[in-house]
Design a protein around this ligand. Structure first.
Ligand SMILES: Cc1ncc(COP(=O)(O)O)c(C=O)c1O
Length: 397
């Protein structure tokens, strides 16, 4: 007799397809209906009174929620192993609303230097205006991290892996330090996704994803999500209702559709990126490869211990100057030049020219954004084709 399986693997294909969905949608539709509405109505005035008294769970207005969006939030919460999740109109909306919700004037946050440029700018330009200070520490330097914590520190926020050098934070160590000082931890896990890493299992308080990337997966939507325990997510939900960064119902549907194939894509992107990293590692025109799946990566052991796969992004320094690097990028035929990642189409970027163009050269060199640094985000094209294309572009230089 076949034993009945009660549970599925944490971020399995089965969960990605079915989690968060009731059996039998409206009109017996197989797919999740798009509730394309801004407003929800009440049967009579008594229903309004019951609603404001918290006696029914109806939604009243689209900025506070939407049935299509609710399915996407529940699906993502199950994949991440979270009690609750909340969706936003972009990853940046998720980051900014969360930090504004958790920090007050006079408080302080610690953040890693190797992080998404706009997150750093939000700290330097926006939080500072509200007298919320941030200290940047080098990703992986736990003494500096602990040393940066003050009485007023409320939050430590980091990506893992980080952008673009793919540093991997030791989540156990991070949580240990944070708990000792009663500080909350937030991991932006965009580059890992719940397929490769589940930070909540290590005691991290909140996980953020730019769902624009692997979760949506088709380079055709913008979304962000925050996941964690219900009280924290509830508090952030109140801030979203005020700040207004809500995802629209059609976009929530596209995200649900993307999530259904996400484990398939992620498994393939993990494999292709590892093969690409190994190819680049032995190529004479490549000076250094940043990929946590390589034994030479400084955080390989941590990555091996806490990740299931190492993601679809490979960064590398060419043995070339800036002009040589740009002409290498222009010789590539498969990836388009673009600043995003995680979709079915491969994308390549030159961080010095795009994400960091407004930094003075010495400032960007100080954080490792070299003239010869290339960021390659693999799509789902065949690994052989991607490697052939890159090999040709290197050899022709
Ligand atoms: C690690 C990381 N976090 C957050 C964001 C912001 O997400 P979005 O572009 O969806 O606003 C990005 C965007 O590239 C990112 O790479």
């Amino acid at each position: 007799m076949v034993e009945k399986r009660e549970t599925h693997a944490p971020c399995s294909g089965t969960r990605a397809v079915h989690a968060g969905e009731e059996r039998g949608h409206w009109g017996q539709s197989l797919t999740v209906p798009i509730a394309q509405t801004s407003t929800y109505v009440f049967e009579d005035s008594r229903a309004v009174k019951a609603f404001v008294a918290g006696e029914n769970r109806q939604i009243d207005y689209g900025r506070y929620g939407n049935p299509t969006q609710n399915v996407a939030e529940c699906k993502l919460a199950e994949l991440e192993g979270a009690e609750a999740g909340i969706l936003f109109a972009s990853g940046m909306s998720a980051v900014t609303t969360t930090l504004l919700g958790m920090l007050s004037s006079g408080q302080h946050a610690v953040i890693m230097d190797d992080c998404y440029r706009k997150t750093a700018q939000f700290c330097e330009m926006v939080l500072r205006k509200f007298r919320i200070e941030t200290t940047f520490v080098h990703a992986g330097d736990y003494d500096s991290l602990e040393g940066a914590i003050r009485d007023e520190t409320r939050v430590i926020i980091s990506e893992s892996p980080t952008n673009p050098h793919l540093n991997v934070i030791d989540l156990e160590k991070l949580v240990q330090i944070a708990k000792k000082h009663r500080v909350k931890t937030i991991i932006d896990s965009t580059f890992a996704t719940p397929f490769n890493q589940r930070p909540l299992e290590f005691g991290v308080d909140l996980v953020i994803h730019s769902a624009t990337k692997y979760l949506g997966g088709h380079n055709d939507l913008m979304a962000g999500v925050v996941l964690g325990n219900a009280p924290l997510i509830g508090a952030i939900r109140d801030y979203r209702g005020i700040l207004g960064g809500v995802i629209d119902p059609h976009c929530a549907y596209l995200l649900i559709r993307g999530i259904k194939t996400f484990p398939l894509r992620m498994g393939r992107q993990n494999e292709t990126a590892l093969r690409l990293a190994r190819f680049l590692e032995q190529h004479e025109r490549v000076k250094r490869v940043y990929y946590p799946g390589l034994e030479c990566h400084p955080h390989h052991d941590v990555a091996q211990a806490q990740m299931r796969g190492f993601g679809g992004l490979v960064s590398f320094d060419l043995d070339a100057d800036e002009a040589g690097t740009l002409s290498f990028i222009d010789r590539l035929q498969i990836p388009r030049i673009g600043a995003s990642l995680g979709g079915v189409e491969s994308l390549v970027s030159h961080p010095a020219s795009i994400s960091y163009y407004e930094l003075a050269r010495e400032d960007r060199l100080a954080i490792g954004i070299a003239d010869e640094l290339v960021r390659y985000a693999v799509g789902i094209e065949d690994a052989e084709d991607i490697i052939f294309d890159i090999g040709r572009a290197l050899d022709e230089g």
